[in-house]
Structure formats: structure tokens, C-alpha cells
Design a protein. Structure first.
Length: 213
């Protein structure tokens, strides 16, 4: 069974929990090291330019990058996990703080979907994920709002089943928020896209989500 790659970023991550029964690769992205240390968790790897951390950690598991770079520290950690064969990613500490970094982390989810992986960005009872040319399934019992966006130019053949507002073979674009504020109805639900990438956001206890990985 391949490991789940857990990446902890600079924002407060809330409670850190792992999927039961799955091996884990834990990566600290720069200042995320502080959160892991506070939780008593030793990361397998420490990645970043360490401008936010304020000091360069010592050890053979440290991967240091220059401050002037194209990638965020979270993206550097994601690329590191991909290079080690991980295809399921859980990103903590990437929501809140600077809005531009939160948006960059949502883009990182799309990057993962483009590279044959699935990423989950977790906040306080908040989950976001992106997927390409496929289906996202939700179990029965979830409640509250769920929104679906198109992070690219166009997503074709979008079908939504089991949510309050269904859709059949629709088109979502990046210029209009047609999929915002749908609702779970207590039954299992599916959101499919025939061509393109979708980004979904909903509220769920992280432990519940991780139990399904």
C-alpha cells in the first residue's frame, strides 16, 4: 500500500491526524516544522527556503531551496512527495493567513490532479480537492454546503447527482460560479467531469475524510 504524503505548512493546521492503517510520508514545509514539533511529530523530510522559519534546520532530512524561486514551499513539498512515488496528499496549514498563499494552495490541488495524484487541503472542518476527467464520490451522511468550481478555462460534461441542485452534462467555466453553494442531502452523491478539472470545497471532520483514504 502506497503511503499518504502529509505536508504541513505555515498556517495553524488544527489537529493533525493521519489515515488509520496507511503508511505515511510526513513533510514539513518551512515553518510547518514548528507545528509538527508542537504536536510531537518528527517529519520524515523538511523542505523550504526557511525564510519563514527564520533558521535552517540541521540534519540529513533537510532539503533547502533558494529564497528566489518559482515554487511556494508547499509546492516544493508536493513535488518532493511526487518524486517519492506518493499519489495521495493531505495538506495541513495551507488555509488562512495570506489570501494569495491560500489561492496558491488551491492551485496546487489542480497541479496534483494534472500529475495523476489527488490532494486534499484541510482547514477547520474544511476540505478542498481537485480532480481531472473523472468522478468525486461523497458518502451518505454528510451535511452542509458543498461548492464545485472550474479552476481552468472550461470543464465539460459535468454531472452532479445526489446533491440538492443536480446537473446533467453541464459546462462550468472559470468566469462564472455556477457550482457555488450546493447542499448535501444526506444520501451518497457524485460529481463527475468528462473533460477538464473541477475543484470541490465542503465541510467535513478531517478524521472522517482520512478514514476513507
Amino acid at each position: 500500500m502506497e503511503p499518504v504524503c502529509y505536508i504541513v505548512g505555515a498556517c495553524p493546521p488544527g489537529e493533525l491526524c493521519f489515515a488509520p492503517g496507511r503508511p505515511a510520508l510526513v513533510i514539513a514545509a518551512d515553518q510547518g516544522l514548528r507545528h509538527l514539533e508542537a504536536a510531537g511529530i518528527a517529519p520524515d523530510l523538511i523542505v523550504g527556503d526557511f525564510d519563514s522559519l527564520g533558521t535552517v534546520p540541521a540534519g540529513p532530512n533537510v532539503i533547502r531551496h533558494p529564497v528566489e524561486k518559482d515554487d511556494t514551499d508547499m509546492m516544493l513539498a508536493v513535488k518532493t512527495g511526487l518524486s517519492r512515488g506518493c499519489r495521495v496528499f493531505v495538506l495541513y496549514g495551507g488555509v488562512g493567513g495570506r489570501l494569495d498563499h491560500t489561492y496558491a494552495n488551491l492551485q496546487t490541488l489542480a497541479y496534483l490532479s494534472d500529475h495523476g495524484a489527488r490532494g486534499y487541503l484541510l482547514g477547520d472542518d474544511f476540505v478542498a480537492t481537485a480532480w481531472r476527467d473523472g468522478t468525486l464520490a461523497f458518502p451518505a451522511g454528510l451535511g452542509g454546503p458543498v461548492s464545485v468550481f472550474c479552476p481552468g478555462e472550461k470543464a465539460e460534461g459535468v454531472t452532479i447527482e445526489g446533491l440538492y441542485y443536480p446537473l446533467r452534462d453541464g459546462i462550468l467555466t472559470s468566469g462564472f460560479p455556477l457550482g457555488v453553494s450546493n447542499q448535501f442531502t444526506g444520501v451518497s452523491a457524485r460529481v463527475s467531469v468528462r473533460k477538464g478539472t473541477l475543484l470541490a470545497m465542503w465541510r467535513e471532520d478531517p478524521a472522517s475524510l482520512l478514514g476513507r483514504l
